[in-house]
Design a protein around this ligand. Structure first.
Ligand SMILES: Cc1cc2nc3c(=O)[nH]c(=O)nc-3n(C[C@H](O)[C@H](O)[C@H](O)COP(=O)(O)O)c2cc1C
Length: 189
């Protein structure tokens, strides 16, 4: 089975929750193995999710990647960016070229920068030569979600105190993203 890494950073657990739904979509597709991974937090008091820290070798050897981050001032969290900035050797070797990738995020507010964050996460992946997978409008929940989720990737709107549960539409969009990512990995073989 080919490995698809779901690499995310989450300080309050909402992006972590979305990551589990992306994983479930990969499992539904059935041909690939999802691996949940995180990055070293910048501060010690951030949530320990019991998820392993990614190793560069794992990233190098993966067949696909889903990248998740909370929105921080309209862009990805520094901890995730810091990890990405250690990957120039993989960029030089072309290790990630043509591998499918997808992105997801969580914001506290509806217009708090979901799409800018998703696009900011897509940029380094495009530099790596990865093939970006989004969510087409054949996913009906894209029309129905009053929270997160867009053609650019998965999303959740958590509320200012994290009070919103992940909605069924946000779950379906995240699952659909995982399923689609996995089916592209399967097609590439
Ligand atoms: C430094 C900082 C900056 C943030 N910037 C934004 C923002 O630009 N837009 C927004 O809607 N939420 C913003 N938030 C809120 C988080 O994106 C939101 O709480 C998110 O759901 C947290 O995800 P997590 O539970 O995975 O950590 C910010 C939070 C922090 C700590």
């Amino acid at each position: 089975m080919r490995k698809i890494i779901i690499l995310y950073y989450s300080s309050n657990g909402k992006t972590a929750e979305l990551a589990k739904h992306v994983r479930s979509g990969i499992l539904d597709e059935g041909n690939n193995e999802p691996l949940l991974r995180t990055v070293v937090p910048l501060s010690k008091n951030q949530l320990d999710q019991g998820v392993p820290i990614i190793s560069k070798t794992e990233l190098e050897e993966c067949s696909g990647l889903a990248l998740g981050s909370p929105t921080r001032f309209g862009t990805m969290a520094a901890a995730l960016k810091a990890f990405l900035e250690t990957t120039s050797d993989l960029w030089l070797s072309g290790a990630l070229i043509d591998k499918p990738a997808a992105v997801f995020t969580s914001t506290s507010s509806l217009h708090g920068g979901q799409e800018s964050t998703l696009l900011s996460m897509a940029l380094p992946l495009l530099h790596h030569g990865m093939t970006l997978i989004g969510v087409p409008y054949s996913c009906p929940e894209l029309f129905q979600s009053s929270g997160g989720g867009s053609p650019y990737g998965g999303g959740h709107v958590s509320g200012s105190q994290g009070e919103n549960p992940v909605s069924k539409e946000e779950i379906e969009i995240a699952k659909s993203l995982g399923f689609r990512l996995s089916s592209h990995v399967t097609k590439i073989g």
